[in-house]
Design a protein around this ligand. Structure first.
Ligand code: DGL
Length: 282
């Protein structure tokens, strides 16, 4: 367990700079959230952090994941002062938010499965939930379903393979559409799936595969993720802070391990206005 931080080391105190947000995930998934934030707040500076040294999160035990996220976030905040922390990972958010909030003073925005909007929008009462195996099993997720979708049939599928496919896609590698077809096929094998009209993408990696997923889904199924809601929340928290004269600082991607896979993300990161890659000693 690392030391908790005083607020002066956590926040971006230089008022000549635009506010800066730290978007954190186990890998490239958080970029789907970063994209929504950038669309809403184009001047905002971004530190994108990927804990690729401990990827994937979706197969890790709870205690080891809490300890790891604690350690990485504390190290990141010491090195990269920011105004807001976005845990752009359902697997981490559904487990670690109470712990992070109890020891950090900066605003923290987490991403959790979009069960509530799906339950509000469904016409048939049948919702799909696609997430990591860990998120599907989390008590937090079950509680969301109990609270917001008590009368819905929720068809859940946990897939780590989809997470890996999203990583491959962003590295510019070709991905097997047949692999995606097989995953969606097992979701559609459920006896109620013919009535499913909403599919919650409850892993931030999955919106990066939206086109590939859409190819395999019936046209009547609409996909829902939490990216836009997160961006709205960040905008709300930064109200009045986005200036017209302040200087945006350079966007940075930070990895917890130097690997050839991370280096191969250079082209994808440029699409997010990120031209610098750092490595964190952890
Ligand atoms: N992107 C992460 C999420 O939203 C998890 C991927 C992983 O298994 O590391 O759940």
């Amino acid at each position: 367990m690392t030391d908790s931080l005083s607020s002066s080391t956590q926040t971006n105190t230089d008022s000549s700079l635009e506010p800066r947000v730290l978007v954190f995930d186990s890998g490239v998934g958080g970029l789907s959230v970063a994209r929504e934030i950038q669309q809403r707040l184009p001047g905002l500076s971004l530190v994108y952090a990927s804990d690729n040294g401990f990827f994937p999160y979706g197969t890790k035990g709870e205690a080891e994941l809490i300890a790891r996220v604690d350690k990485v976030i504390n190290t990141l905040l010491r090195q990269y002062p920011v105004d807001i922390l976005v845990i752009a990972c359902n697997t981490a958010s559904t487990l670690t938010l109470p712990h992070l909030r109890s020891q950090l003073t900066l605003p923290i925005v987490g991403v959790v499965p979009a069960i509530k909007p799906a339950a509000q929008q469904t016409q048939t009462g049948v919702i799909g939930l696609l997430a990591t195996p860990a998120t599907v099993a989390r008590p937090y997720t079950h509680e969301l379903i109990r609270e917001y979708a008590p009368r819905c049939e929720v068809i859940s599928l946990g897939s780590s393979e989809l997470v890996q496919l999203a990583e491959q896609k962003l590295r510019g590698e070709s991905i097997e559409q047949a692999a995606i077809a097989q995953i969606i096929h097992s979701l559609l094998a459920h006896e109620q799936s013919a009535h499913m009209d909403r599919l919650v993408l409850a892993c931030t990696h999955f919106p990066l595969l939206k086109e590939e997923l859409a190819t395999e889904l019936p046209a009547s199924v609409q996909m829902i993720d939490s990216g836009e809601a997160i961006a709205r929340r960040v905008e709300y928290l930064l109200q009045g802070r986005m200036g017209t004269t302040a200087i945006p600082s350079e966007n940075i991607a930070v990895f917890t391990k130097q690997t050839t896979e991370a280096e191969r993300l250079e082209a994808a990161l440029k699409n997010f206005g990120i031209y610098r890659q750092d490595y964190l000693a952890i």
